[in-house]
Design a protein around this ligand. Structure first.
Ligand code: UN1
Length: 523
């Protein structure tokens, strides 16, 4: 539990009756609503700057709510941010690491202290429910703390090496590369921006942060809190706007030493290709998933139904960790289907500010259109067992509300089974054995998360051994495939899900932002 907190919300939290949680969130929402709609600048070198134009962010909860007006950074502003980060690098890398960690930990504590405000803002900006949003804020703080701890445990990544002669002495040091572009997604607007930025900052790199254009307000609040913690000017810079010009400048500007990106496969692959066209540079990608849950004949159905429902439909399936495929042993398929459909019927869809709501809106009209296309394909090529509607009654007419959907009977290799949808749509398929389930689960380009439900330890061991995924869970009712936490569940995408081979939330993250120098002296 974080310092000074009487409770802690994680993605595994099933709920809380603690009045402090609900009152804290609801008061913060009221305050956030009163403050919404302002105009915001870019932050470059510690100063506000205007961009090439302005864009509006409207809430997916209710399009009538203007979250704010933000600047569109053009290539010139992005170049200025890279230059400011480059200037700040020379001092920041020389700050003794214990001092750097103290600054970042103060930032983490500011985030914890303001978790309700951050959660309320995320709820309004991207449509998270209170528990999802509070967990996002808590995760941000814990990611920063965990990465600080890594540097500390490694004593700043400086160590003596062996010698070939008596008069020879070698030290090995990991040193920062320089300026990192951090490109963060809308779905964990505080946690992932904080985690990727902290990964770079702790070791002495500086950062240009470009948040998703759907979630600049959450990133701006994060920026403010980290600066309040004591980050010097230019160490962290914030550029908002469209991905195009930012990406173009980032991949071509020689002042960028590395990119760290969480988002779609198409964008990630393109960034990687372009960034490395002139010379190889580190480009850490955490991409999508088409994550499978396996329900064997030995499964506990209570755990399986709850775990799959939470992972498939939590935050509308808009997590790269979301469960989008479930392979169920034929012997349990009938009761599993019936119970899952019943459970889905209990999941309230609506305004995420409401306490009882489980599923808020999807992020925008484009997501609704994608949902409608996918549902049409599901009806055409399979059997739609539940869901499939857009909800437009009452106030829901003003937001992007769709019902959680379950599809059965799709042919193997169907696009709904292979493409990442980022929507509350789950594909179910009956299987005859664990071996068949594993084969189907692995027949995906992606390899991010996976889950199994089986009370038979040998089956769980087989699953861990054979599943092609960087994050594997067994019998997790709080989330079959979702809910990784810093220092608990390292989060590494295999195959087309990532490029690093060492994940966020894990013990080998920070080293990836550092390059090695051995220093040999003859005495
Ligand atoms: C993502 O969905 O982009 O494990 C990554 C989880 C979250 C995933 C974050 N920590 O569900």
């Amino acid at each position: 539990m974080s310092r000074g907190q009487d409770f802690k919300i994680t993605y595994s939290t099933l709920g809380s009756s603690a009045a402090a949680v609900h009152d804290g969130f609801e008061q913060a929402v009221a305050a956030a609503l009163a403050a919404l709609g302002g105009s915001h600048s870019l932050w470059i070198g510690g100063r506000e700057r205007q961009g090439a134009g302005e864009f509006e962010v409207r809430s997916p909860v209710d399009r009538r709510l203007l979250v704010g007006r933000f600047q569109v950074a053009g290539r010139g502003e992005v170049a200025a941010a890279i230059a400011a980060a480059g200037d700040a690098f020379e001092d920041w890398r020389r700050v003794p690491w214990p001092e750097r960690l103290a600054i970042l930990r103060r930032g983490a504590d500011r985030i914890s202290a303001r978790r309700f405000e951050l959660a309320a803002l995320m709820s309004l900006e991207v449509g998270k429910t209170r528990f999802e949003a509070l967990a996002d804020a808590e995760e941000a703080a814990d990611l920063i703390r965990y990465y600080c701890q890594q540097l500390e445990e490694a004593a700043g990544f400086e160590r003596p090496m062996g010698r070939l002669a008596d008069n020879e002495r070698t030290r090995d040091v990991l040193r920062p590369y320089g300026v990192w572009a951090v490109i963060s997604p809308f779905n964990f607007p505080v946690a992932l921006a904080a985690g990727m930025a902290a990964g770079a900052l702790v070791g002495g790199n500086t950062v240009v942060l470009k948040p998703a254009s759907a979630a600049p307000a959450s990133a701006l609040e994060l920026y403010r809190l980290l600066v309040e913690g004591g980050l010097p000017d230019g160490v962290l810079n914030l550029v908002t706007g469209a991905g195009g010009p930012v990406g173009e400048e980032v991949v071509t500007n020689p002042g960028v030493a590395g990119i760290v990106f969480t988002g779609s496969r198409a964008v990630g692959f393109e960034l990687h290709r372009r960034f490395n066209a002139a010379r190889p540079r580190p480009c850490h990608l955490e991409l999508g998933g088409k994550n499978a849950a396996l329900v064997t004949a030995r499964a506990d159905l209570d755990k399986a139904v709850e775990g799959v429902a939470r992972s498939a439909f939590g935050f509308g399936g808009q997590k790269c960790s979301a469960c989008s495929r479930v392979y169920v042993d034929r012997s349990l398929a009938e009761p599993f289907r019936a119970r899952l459909v019943a459970r889905m019927g209990e999941l309230a869809v609506g305004d995420p500010r409401d306490r009882e709501v489980f599923l808020g809106p999807v992020i925008d009209e484009a997501a609704v259109a994608r949902y409608e296309r996918a549902i049409a394909a599901a009806r055409r090529d399979g059997r739609l067992l539940a869901g499939g509607e857009r909800l437009t009654d009452g106030d829901r007419a003003h937001g992007c509300y769709v019902t959680p959907a379950l599809v059965d009977g799709l042919p193997d290799g169907h696009e709904l089974v292979t493409e990442e949808l980022f929507l509350p749509i789950l594909c179910l398929r009956e299987v005859d054995s664990l071996a068949a389930a594993l084969e189907l689960a692995n027949a995906s380009d992606y390899g991010l998360t996976a889950g199994i439900f089986s009370e038979e330890p040998a089956e769980v061991e087989t699953f861990f051994d054979r599943i092609e995924a960087g994050v594997a869970y067994a019998n997790r009712a709080s989330g079959a495939t979702t809910g990784a936490w810093p220092g608990v569940n390292p989060f590494c995408g295999w195959k087309a899900s990532g490029s690093t081979g060492k994940g966020g939330c894990g013990p080998y993250y920070v080293q990836q932002f550092l390059r090695e120098q051995s220093r040999t002296v003859m005495e």
